[in-house]
Structure formats: C-alpha cells, structure tokens
Design a protein around this ligand. Structure first.
Ligand code: FAD
Length: 412
C-alpha cells in the first residue's frame, strides 16, 4: 500500500501552519512543504513595522523553529517552486524537474505585491523602487532607509503608512501619495481616515490625497527614480520610492491545474477547491463567508492560520466549517489599530471616545446590525468588540456604545 502524502505548496504563514496542524491532528502519512523561499515559514507583519526600526534577527520571525517541523516529520523542500500540477496523475513537478506524487494537495501560494505600471521604455527596474512582501524585500528596504533621505510612499494603505511611520522614526522625510480622497478609504470610515491623516501629519509626513501620478522621472543615469509629477503639476523629488498598492493572489498554478477561480482559488467552507483532493488556504483563496453573505479573499494572518487549520481538519477527516469574522491589526507610531469584521457597505458609524484623545472605537452598522469595529489604542475593548460583532449586536444599543462610561460587557 502506498503511503498517503499531503503536499503543501507555499511555505508562508498558511503553509507552515497547515503542515504542523495536520500532524497535530493525527495525520500519519507523509507531509511535504514546498516553498519557493529558502527560509522556513516566517511572519510578514513585522516586515513593515518593528523589523525596519529595530535589530531583529531573521530567525526571530519564524512562525515555528526548525525543531518543530522536524518533530512533526514535515519534509521541507525549500528554495524550489512548483511549476506544474497534473491532477489526473496526482503529481506535480518542481522547477528542477523532480516529480512528486500526492494524495492531497494544499495550495498556500499567497500573494505578491502589485507592481506599478511604469512607462516604457525602462530598460531596468529602478534600483531605488521598493515593494514589500518578503524578508528579502524588507532587508533591501531597511538598508535604503537612511536618515536624511527623502522617501516617497505611493499608496496610503496599511503597508505604505506603516513604512511611513518607520521611516519617520529613522529620520527620513516622508511624502505619502494616495489616489483616493482619504487614507485607508477602502477599509475604514472617514473619521478613522481623518485620525490617521492627522497622526501622520503631526509627525511631519506630507500627506497628499486625491493625488494621481502623471509621470515618473528618472535620474541622469536612467537607473533610479528621481521623483514624480502629479496630474495637478506638483513635482515631488525622492531618493527612495516605496509602492504599497495592494497584493495580487498567486493563482497561476491553480489556473494551470484547471481549478475554479475568481480573483483567488475558490474554496468551500472546508477550504476545498473545485477538486475535492485539493485545498487552497490563505491569501490565494477565496471563500464564501456566511457572516457577510459574500465571497471574500482575505489577506491576514488570522485568516491564513484558521484556514490552514480548517484544511488540516478536513484532510484528517474531522471537517469543521470555516465561518470567520475576520480581524486584522496595524501598528503606526505608538498607535495600535485592531479591526474586527468588514465595514464595507456600512450605513452608520458610531464613535466611542474622541479621536482627539488618540483612543477611540468606531462601530459600524448595516441594516440595524453591528458588522465591524475599529479599535484605536483600545486593546482592552477589542476582545469585547469582537464578541459584539460576532453576536451582530442590534443598533438600538448604539447609544450605549457611544457612551464611553458604559460597559461593553453589559451588552453581551
Ligand atoms: P504568503 O505569506 O504570501 O506565503 C506564500 C508562500 O508561497 C511564499 O513563500 C511564496 O514564495 C510561496 N509560493 C508561491 N508560489 C509558489 C510555488 N509555485 N511553489 C512554491 N512556493 C510558492 N496581516 C495581518 O493580519 N496583520 C498585519 O499587520 C499584516 N502586516 C503585513 C505586512 C506586510 C509587509 C505584508 C507583506 C503582509 C502583512 N500581512 C498582515 C498579511 C499577512 O502577512 C498575509 O496575509 C499572510 O502572510 C498570508 O500567508 P500565506 O501563507 O497565505 O501567503
């Protein structure tokens, strides 16, 4: 009898967690973890935060030590990418031609940074243009963030704003260019955007919203960006440019394998793709979320970890449906944002506390139910906010939420 083999493609947060969760759940077959990166699975969140401003050894970023993978008998194939999947033969091919057979496959291929559409002809990618996805990207960026430098951040989302805050701490001058009319427009209310805009301005960041880039300028050697010109004619000079303009799911393998896709690999509540022997987890997958009644592709560590566990349970024959209320966090300066739920489509926002005090919660309602909360420097209330969102608190409680002297616990 051949041994059951689960092969996990992608050694990021989701892939690493899936390998360990499978063994923890009693899987007795072979577990292989194949990753294009040469490092063991590591955490990406610090790469735009503490890693840039402090000395952190790369092994401190690992999600689990090598010994844990060895103990769980996870066979690691690092520094190799999978180039092809053959579903009918249940095999895959590595970039060096090696063929590997599987009984279950887990796609954990993550996402990659979206790149700027730079004009032709640029013979080479400018050496001072940065994207931030991997440890290698962070190491390069960290080396370039020198005191006195001028950093231009393209994109006022989480990664751009976190790098802006790190760069300020490192003594650079920073400009953030955001095409939308406010920062974090896709994910927060205007009140929260306004708080972040004023926070960054108060630390010296030049924040330009509703700003579109007309032209990229190169230095005389043609190998570095020297600045940009905006559509309103404003010229911005830069020594370093960081583009934080979103991420793109890595679904090429799933596409080649003929799996169902929709800006992500489509999965059911057990993280199974349209081929029930193949699972997809983390940033590369899109699931139907019963709480929000629509398909979601989430880019967050909690999602990567929970989907990894869901797939592992399912492969181990104890299927548990994945029905999450998403959550996320961001650190900028000394301000911690913790978000639960998705606020998109909200029809009412209720503030608890005053943004001017640097600590407040924004609660979001849709059609009479609480759907999300952003806690700004309110870690003590985050766990309760999570439970209130999970419970879909009715809007009649809005008055209590808005009263900072009331207890959130009493609403549960
Ligand atoms: P990834 O971490 O992208 O891992 C995918 C892996 O698969 C990569 O190693 C890739 O090289 C490999 N791979 C891809 N294709 C192949 C192939 N064909 N063969 C072999 N290997 C392959 N989330 C939060 O919740 N909070 C935060 O504060 C936060 N901050 C972040 C800051 C930064 C700078 C970044 C980049 C992300 C941040 N995130 C944060 C998002 C979070 O890190 C991701 O959601 C999470 O890493 C997703 O894990 P994943 O395993 O799905 O994908």
């Amino acid at each position: 009898m051949t041994t059951a083999t689960t092969v996990i493609i992608g050694g990021g947060h989701a892939g690493g967690e899936a390998a360990l969760a499978l063994r923890q759940g009693g899987y007795t077959g072979r577990i292989m973890l194949i990753s294009a990166e040469s490092s063991l699975p590591y955490q990406r969140p610090p790469l735009s935060k503490a890693y840039l401003t402090t000395e952190i050894e790369p092994d401190k970023l690992l999600i689990r030590a090598a010994a844990n993978f060895a103990k769980a008998e996870v066979e690691l194939v690092l520094g190799h990418s999978v180039s092809e999947i053959d579903r009918s033969a249940r095999s895959l091919r590595l970039d060096d031609g090696t063929e590997i057979h599987w009984s279950n496959l887990v796609l954990a291929t993550g996402s990659r940074a979206r790149h700027l559409a730079l004009p032709d002809p640029l013979a080479v990618e400018p050496s001072n243009l940065f994207y931030l996805r991997s440890l290698e990207d962070a190491q390069r960026l960290k080396g370039a963030l020198l005191p006195g430098g001028r950093l231009l951040v393209i994109g006022g989302g989480f990664i751009g704003l976190e790098v802006a805050s790190a760069a300020i701490a490192l003594g650079l001058s920073v400009t953030v260019v955001e095409a939308q009319h406010r920062l974090l427009a896709r994910v927060t209310a205007p009140e929260v955007s306004a708080f972040y805009e004023s926070l960054h301005r108060s630390r010296g960041v030049q924040v330009l919203t509703g700003a579109r880039i007309e032209r990229f300028e190169l230095n005389d050697d043609g190998n570095q960006l020297s600045g940009v010109t905006l559509t309103d004619g404003q010229h911005l000079e830069a020594d370093i440019v960081l583009a934080g303009i979103g991420a793109v799911p890595q679904i090429e393998l799933a596409e080649q394998a003929g799996l169902d896709l929709d800006d992500g690999v489509l999965v059911n509540e057990f993280c199974q793709t349209s081929d029930p022997t193949i699972y997809a987890i983390g940033d590369c997958s899109r699931h139907f979320n019963p709480v929000y009644g629509r398909r979601l592709r989430l880019e967050s560590v909690p999602n990567a970890v929970d989907q990894a566990r869901t797939a592992a349970h399912s492969i181990n024959g104890v299927a548990k449906a994945y029905e999450p209320v998403p959550w996320f966090w961001s650190d900028q300066y000394e301000v911690k944002l913790q978000m639960v739920g998705l606020s998109e489509g909200y029809d009412r926002v209720v503030l608890r506390g005053d943004p001017a005090d640097g600590s407040f919660v924004a609660f979001y309602f849709t059609r009479g139910c609480l759907i999300a909360a952003d806690c700004i420097n309110r870690s003590s209330e985050f766990a309760l906010a999570k439970r209130l969102v999970q419970a879909r608190l009715a809007e009649d409680a809005a008055g209590v939420l808005a009263d900072p002297t009331s207890s959130l616990k009493d609403l549960l």
